[in-house]
Ligand binder design. Structure first.
Ligand SMILES: C[S@@+](CC[C@H](N)C(=O)[O-])C[C@H]1O[C@@H](n2cnc3c(N)ncnc32)[C@H](O)[C@@H]1O
Ligand SMILES: [Zn+2]
Length: 291
């Protein structure tokens, strides 16, 4: 990670007065930031947490007390990313977006988790105005602490507090998304980059967990309002040792699946080589059709 570049990005964004484009989640009017809080014209006020994020998830829209990934998953993912295991994916995401976006694009990292891809993206494209949301507050807290130049909010991917057509691009890495929200948020000609598991993703790990593991089915469905996507595939080997092997297990849905005795045996293993396999599917937003 290039910390120096990130710091430069922050100062240049501040200089240019690039402030976040968040909307009030209660009345949908723009939020203006001042003195550590953000306020809409109706006086709804949202404090900035000391880590730098704002919570735009109204309590009455929370479906559970702690929605999204739990702390164990978030911390395991942070360690895996910190070990550089998914750096080839981060590089591929950045180069794919660099190829299609201007340097000062306005973007959203949807379901950003603990902010690894936000951080990598800003290191590669320091001029981007980056918003990032996740429904899990502990994830957003970690992300905001680690990546000052981005604008982080606790919010749902299904009700993003940003205006219609406000974004040049949305990035979603293994994250939930709503077709209708993507079509609303992304301006005509803008982009949605979806990263999902390829059919061999963590195949050897899944072989250890299940008697008959099933390959992931590639998911590249059409999205209304977007042209047919293009997909590229990224594959590389992961050499998982000790604690990192347990972390990879803990950060995936397999933490809750598989046979208990298989999981215990795998957790006790000292190493495993397994394939990483990702699909990067790039959608382009079409012009709105006149009614
Ligand atoms: C598999 S993790 C991926 C995190 C991150 N993109 C990464 O690759 O490191 C999925 C993330 O989606 C978040 N999430 C789940 N439901 C969500 C929702 N309705 N709105 C926003 N985020 C959600 C989880 O909290 C979790 O951080
Ligand atoms: Zn309001």
């Amino acid at each position: 990670m290039n910390e120096q570049k990130n710091t430069d990005a922050w100062t240049s964004q501040e200089r240019q007065g690039m402030s976040a484009k968040w909307l009030c989640p209660l009345c949908r009017q723009p939020l203006q930031a001042a003195d550590g809080s953000s306020r809409c014209a109706d006086g709804h006020c949202f404090d900035k947490a000391k880590e730098g994020y704002i919570n735009l998830l109204p309590v009455h829209r929370k479906r559970s007390r702690e929605p999204g990934d739990n702390r164990d998953m978030i911390e395991a993912r942070r360690r895996v990313h910190g070990a550089g295991l998914y750096q080839p994916l981060a590089d591929k995401i950045s180069s794919t977006l660099q190829d299609v976006l201007g340097e000062d694009a306005c973007m959203l990292d949807l379901g950003c988790g603990e902010g690894y891809y936000s951080q990598c993206l800003l290191a590669a494209m320091p001029g981007v105005l980056l918003h990032a949301v996740d429904i899990a507050k502990p994830a957003v807290r970690l992300a905001a602490k680690a990546c000052k130049p981005a604008h982080f909010a606790v919010a749902s991917a299904f009700d993003v507090p940003l205006a219609k057509g406000s974004l040049d691009a949305v990035l979603g890495v293994f994250a939930p998304a709503s077709d209708a929200e993507l079509a609303r948020l992304i301006k005509p000609g803008g982009w949605y980059l979806k990263v999902s598991p390829g059919e061999d993703h963590l195949w050897e790990l899944r072989q250890q967990l299940y008697d008959t593991p099933r390959p992931h089915l590639p998911a590249m469905p059409a999205i209304p309002g977007f042209a047919a996507p293009t997909t590229s595939r990224l594959r590389f080997l992961l050499d998982l040792q000790g604690g990192i092997l347990r972390d990879v297990l803990a950060m995936t849905p397999y933490a809750y699946g598989g046979l208990r005795e298989h999981k215990e045996r795998l957790s006790g293993s000292s190493s495993l080589q397994t394939r990483a396999d990702f699909l990067l599917t790039l959608y382009r937003r079409e012009e709105d059709q006149p009614r």
